[in-house]
Design a protein around this ligand. Structure first.
Ligand SMILES: *Cc1c(COP(=O)(O)O)cnc(C)c1O
Length: 399
């Protein structure tokens, strides 16, 4: 199939998004290759998913060896690799218990259910969860309801009840929103889909204290920020606090569908049958996750992400100085970065870059998000900066 005859309406795919007329066929390290043998330097990594790059050797080996041994026993049995992965991941996160699933939304659903269970047992049936405006927690009905995107409000009504949204980094608004019905607060340490907006240190510390004071569970959705992405293994480590529930996804499998919800011993509250799923903790997924976790640690990728992230920020600032490009608010931590452009130009820049062989992502009309694999090197950064500069030159900013 060549890219010339790709008409979305004629393809047997349900329409869920607009895709460029490119057919990806291979991936290796920092690069994707399409059916016409064009290569693309990937600074999106499937939205912060391919933490070790495309088809990393350790993942190939882990998946193929495990596939030959045991793919899936049943969620009703332990497997050797399930126990090993659970042990290493909980230890790494300083948590006691983990529940594995396949997608981020499922991990968050699990967190929501656990918080409600906790409210039922310990807070006289309190079941409301406070989340932040502009947040993103997934696309199942409950996680869409938890999500704070304004334009999602009218969708798929009626939503799951029990969610209150408050402005980000505003501790007064949060304090006011807490009632007898509140059982938890759920936040992304850095809002990813929301355009890379960081929670401030003051806010995070106050949030932890407030949750302690009111006995609310603090849920950190680290599906995008976890597994080394922000320059620490988990973003909560930047602030020296520990959430009560931690959810992970995306980078945890480096492309293999895997997610996790972690918590402390005293929140191990589900009765048998209240939570689960056909693929929860499958041997193949655990082998993939174990290989990814070990590689991230062995290569000290959180540290590398921090170093490379600093270089990208520096390079972007230099580019702004030397070209006068209308780029502002270069932000983010580690390799979860973004910058602001005049409204409407970000998607244009992303498609111009794609034509030049660079994949960057515009989560909204004024934001470019950069979240390359954690294995990125200086050469890739220089190449990205050169392509962004060329593409900026072709953009008409209406001046
Ligand atoms: C991507 C994402 C999710 C949803 O994960 P899926 O695997 O798409 O279900 C939830 N929360 C955050 C912060 C995310 O970035």
């Amino acid at each position: 199939m060549s890219h010339l005859n790709l008409i979305a309406e004629e393809l047997p795919l349900l329409h869920i998004t607009s895709r460029p007329s490119v057919i990806m066929t291979e991936g290796s390290g920092m690069y994707l290759r399409d059916a016409q043998q064009r290569t693309y330097l990937d600074f999106a990594s499937g939205w912060a998913v391919n933490s070790l790059g495309h088809s990393p050797a350790v993942l190939q080996k882990a998946i193929s060896e495990q596939a030959a041994k045991l793919v899936h026993a049943s969620p009703a049995f332990y497997s050797d690799v399930l126990l090993q992965f659970a042990t290493e991941l909980t230890k790494e996160a300083g948590m006691d218990k983990v529940f594995f699933a396949s997608s981020g939304a499922e991990a968050n659903e699990s967190a929501i259910k656990l918080a409600r269970k906790y409210g039922q047992l310990y807070l006289k049936g309190a079941n409301e969860i406070i989340t932040l405006e502009n947040s993103f927690h997934g696309r199942t009905l409950a996680t869409m309801s938890a999500t704070g995107k304004k334009h999602w409000k009218p969708l798929f009504e009626p939503k799951a009840g029990g969610f209150t949204h408050v402005p980000t980094n505003n501790i007064d608004a949060l304090t006011k929103a807490i009632t007898k019905r509140t059982c938890a607060v759920m936040v992304e340490p850095i809002q990813g889909e929301g355009g890379i907006r960081e929670l401030t240190e003051d806010y995070v510390l106050a949030l932890r204290e407030l949750c302690n004071k009111h006995r609310l569970l603090l849920i950190f959705d680290e599906i995008q920020t976890g597994m080394g992405r922000t320059g620490a293994m988990f973003a909560f480590q930047h602030w020296n606090i520990v959430p009560d529930i931690l959810t992970l996804g995306k980078g945890i499998g480096s492309g293999f569908p895997l997610s996790a919800m972690l918590t402390r011993k005293h929140f191990d509250l589900f009765e048998a049958g209240e939570q689960g799923g056909t693929y929860c903790g499958s041997a193949l997924a655990c082998a993939a996750g174990l290989a990814v976790l070990r590689e991230i640690k062995q290569q000290n990728l959180p540290y590398h992400a921090d170093q490379m992230g600093r270089l990208i920020k520096q390079g972007l600032k230099q580019l702004v100085t030397s070209t006068n490009a209308p780029i502002s608010n270069i932000r983010g931590k580690g390799l979860l970065l973004a910058f602001t452009m005049p409204t409407g130009t970000a998607p244009q820049l992303a498609s111009l870059c794609l034509e030049e062989g660079l994949i960057i992502n515009a989560p909204n009309p004024s934001t470019i998000r950069l979240c390359p694999a954690l294995i990125i090197e200086t050469d890739h950064i220089n190449k990205m900066l050169a392509i962004v500069q060329t593409s900026l030159g072709k953009l008409n900013f209406g001046q």
